[in-house]
Design a protein around this ligand. Structure first.
Ligand code: MLT
Ligand code: MN
Ligand code: ZN
Length: 296
């Protein structure tokens, strides 16, 4: 199985257009690497690829990766697209895929309903794009030789559908993790997860790869930096460090590689020179970056 991290950043990316924080400014000068928004591509044979999450940066991401280029006059290495929630950083790129190109679009029924309620997505011509409604905990062929299973992880509805009161611990079709299996290898992609329940350890035990929500280093990071009013948990993202954080939550699970993805620009893990990056490394975590390739 091959995995390409197309974008390791969270919504907004690094630098974010309207952010003058230290990391965003360091990314502007090239002092630290930039990060485009949250997306990976996965393949069993290196020929046919599935896109998981379609970020607003998709056009630039596809232009950088030769395996995804068209083989002939028209075409694409992308045969399937899967979205794990309805957030803008995961669905806005679907509009980039509007040029009469055939692919299957996989998501839970709830997320398909969100897309169907927004007519702008009919830009993906239904003559070419088949919308596949995937039930939770049901194995399906994401590609002919690559199986996937969607499972609920704690989360919330997309930001633009939040009402007066918001539950961030919903377990349903709005926020899912993805299990990927091919050639006897097993990996997980979980870019959004509001808390790390014990059952998640049992589920991923023995996997070759875990790519997990690394949005914020600490729950209060955005508030303390004066960048926002919400905690990470309120945004549907368990912090890396602190009580209930993901840093050591998987220590008891037998795992091959563990890699953080979906890093917010406020996160010190986006700076390769930070003490937090060193600490995560000492705890067995790699920090995802744009263009990172993993072969299992
Ligand atoms: C998130 O991961 O919390 C979302 O991407 C936020 C957003 O939609 O901007
Ligand atoms: Mn996001
Ligand atoms: Zn910033």
């Amino acid at each position: 199985m091959r995995v390409l991290i197309l974008g390791a950043g969270a919504g907004g990316g690094l630098p974010q257009w309207n952010c003058g924080c230290r990391n965003c400014n360091a990314a502007r000068t090239g002092e630290i690497p930039s990060m485009t928004q949250s997306s990976i591509a996965v393949s069993a044979d290196g020929e046919a690829w599935a896109l998981i999450n379609a970020s607003p940066d998709l056009r630039g991401q596809l232009a950088l990766h030769a395996p995804l280029y068209p083989k002939g006059l028209r075409g694409s290495g992308l045969h399937s697209v899967l979205v794990t929630n309805g957030d803008i950083d995961h669905v806005a790129g679907l509009l980039t895929l509007r040029e009469s190109q055939a692919f299957d679009l996989f998501a839970t029924p709830a997320i398909h309903d969100v897309l169907a309620a927004n007519p702008v997505f009919t830009a993906m011509n239904p003559e070419f794009v088949t919308r596949k409604r995937i039930a939770l905990d049901h194995e399906f062929a994401l590609l002919p030789d690559l199986s996937a299973r969607l499972f609920a992880v704690p989360g919330k509805v997309p930001l633009y559908l939040e009402g007066e009161s918001v539950r961030t611990d919903l377990l349903g079709e709005n926020t899912v993790g993805v299990e990927l299996t091919a050639n006897g290898r097993r990996g997980y992609y979980i870019p959004g997860c509001a808390l790390v329940p014990d059952w998640l350890l049992d589920r991923i035990h023995g996997a070759d790869l875990l790519m997990f929500d690394g949005t914020l280093w600490s729950d209060n990071e955005m508030i303390e930096a004066g960048l926002g009013k919400k905690t990470g948990r309120r945004m549907g993202h368990a912090p890396v460090s602190g009580e209930g954080g993901s840093l050591n939550a998987f220590d008891e699970a037998a795992l091959g590689r563990r890699i953080y993805v979906h890093m917010n620009n406020s996160n010190p893990l986006t700076d390769p020179r930070s003490a937090q990056t060193a600490l995560a490394g000492a705890s067995g975590w790699d920090i995802g970056h744009d263009g990172m390739e993993i072969t299992l």
